[in-house]
Design a protein around this ligand. Structure first.
Ligand code: FA5
Length: 373
């Protein structure tokens, strides 16, 4: 049976009456199918007759059919809302909903202590003019080692037990010194790929992209294939700092790091600053804070302090003046600009800030512990 344009408004009016009288959701659903159902609904059937109409009548018919559909859908919506409200009122009156029950507790989230520490670190360095940026966790051998004066076979690779990524994108474990990372082809660049062992590759990436003056801090995850203990995880966070400018010296580096420590710990911790070695800084140094568990003595009632390994100090960061060779490699002139860099462990600072004696407590995800911090 075909439907005339003049009947469409009547169809909508009839539908509206029936919908308003629908007794429940089931009756409403049946009416929805009958009038606006995709396959056999009255409106669909009417629209199917469109091609058989003379071309000049089609636009008016189509518009009338759509207007009828809109009226019917609005009526369905209204009645649906009324029915739901009535059902709720009935449930409340019938005692199915107990309005005297206390509300369910809403668990308010909070930052993980590691995230909190990263935010605090970046806030303090922002106050000294360092911009916070991030870098890739999957890195090329070039940035992680070579550009940092650690060519294949260099003994410093032994220090960074590396997780290599092979061409299939799966992980392979190998000592970095053996240089056995598989070759991966990327835009003509053939070289091994790895999970970065430190955030220092970002020193090179930043210098490649920017001209001095540079002042950045880079928090991020690092990966090392090594046994865990109270102060070592195989996945942990570092924050890298890099400043390049004219006439920067070791005094600036020391001043920045001491100021950072004072702002972070409020002068509570003793700081040890002593020479160290890194191939990409010259001279290099190490910074440590006195152990909060044994108060720097190295022993507790139980014997040797497990947190600091008996040394009385917790090693917090490596640092130094950026090696002239690294500056030259990125096209900077070491006669004109100097730089200092530092790389510290976020978890180590979080341990000191929260009094957590074992780094592994941060990643075991025991909410009872994390919520107590
Ligand atoms: C480095 O990673 C150098 N890139 C640091 C550096 C940066 C030197 C810039 C000079 C200039 P190192 O391996 O010592 O150095 O690690 C630096 C800090 O990261 C350590 O002091 C420690 O706080 C933290 N760290 C290192 N390994 C781990 C680990 N397995 N778990 C937790 N924290 C670690």
């Amino acid at each position: 049976m075909t439907i005339a344009l003049s009947d469409l408004a009547d169809l909508a009016a009839t539908a509206e009456r029936e919908i308003a009288a629908a007794a429940d959701e089931a009756a409403l659903d049946a009416l929805r199918v009958r009038y606006v159902g995709r396959r056999e609904g009255e409106i669909t059937k009417a629209l199917k007759t469109l091609p058989s109409l003379p071309a000049d009548q089609r636009p008016a018919f189509g518009a009338a059919a759509n207007a009828a559909r809109e009226r019917i859908e609005a009526a369905l919506e209204r009645r649906g809302a009324d029915l739901r409200e009535a059902a709720l009122a009935r449930d409340i009156a019938g005692g199915a909903v107990d309005l005297t029950l206390p509300p369910r507790r809403v668990r308010v989230g909070r930052y993980h202590p590691i995230s909190r520490t990263i935010r605090e670190i970046t806030r303090i360095f922002a106050g000294m003019g360092f911009e916070a940026i991030e870098g890739p966790e999957v890195e090329w051998d070039y940035y992680n080692f070579e550009a940092l004066n650690i060519p294949p076979g260099h003994p410093a690779r032994d220090k960074f037990s590396t997780l290599w990524v092979n061409a299939e994108g799966t992980m392979e474990v190998a000592l970095a010194a053996t240089g056995s990372g598989r070759t991966i082809v990327d835009a003509g660049r053939k070289q091994p790929m790895l999970l970065r062992t430190h955030t220092s590759p970002m020193q090179i990436r930043v210098m490649e992209q920017r001209r001095p003056p540079v002042r950045v801090v880079v928090p991020g995850r690092c990966y090392r294939f090594e046994a865990t203990d109270a102060t070592h995880e195989s996945v942990f966070f570092q924050y890298e700092g890099l400043a390049i400018d004219e006439q920067l010296s070791m005094a600036d580096l020391k001043g920045v790091l001491y100021s950072f420590a004072r702002q972070l710990f409020g002068g509570e911790r003793r700081v040890r600053f002593r020479p160290d070695y890194f191939p990409f800084t010259e001279p290099s140094a190490e910074i440590a804070f006195d152990c909060f568990v044994c108060e720097g003595s190295g022993t507790t009632d139980a014997g040797r302090c497990a947190t600091c390994g008996g040394s009385g100090w917790i090693e917090a960061a490596g640092c130094g003046m950026v090696h002239p060779e690294a500056l030259r490699r990125v096209g900077y002139d070491p006669a004109k600009v100097q730089g200092f860099a530092f790389g510290g462990g976020v978890e180590r600072l979080a341990m000191l800030l929260t009094g957590t004696p074992d780094i592994r407590l941060f990643h075991q995800n025991d909410l009872r512990y994390l919520e107590s911090l």
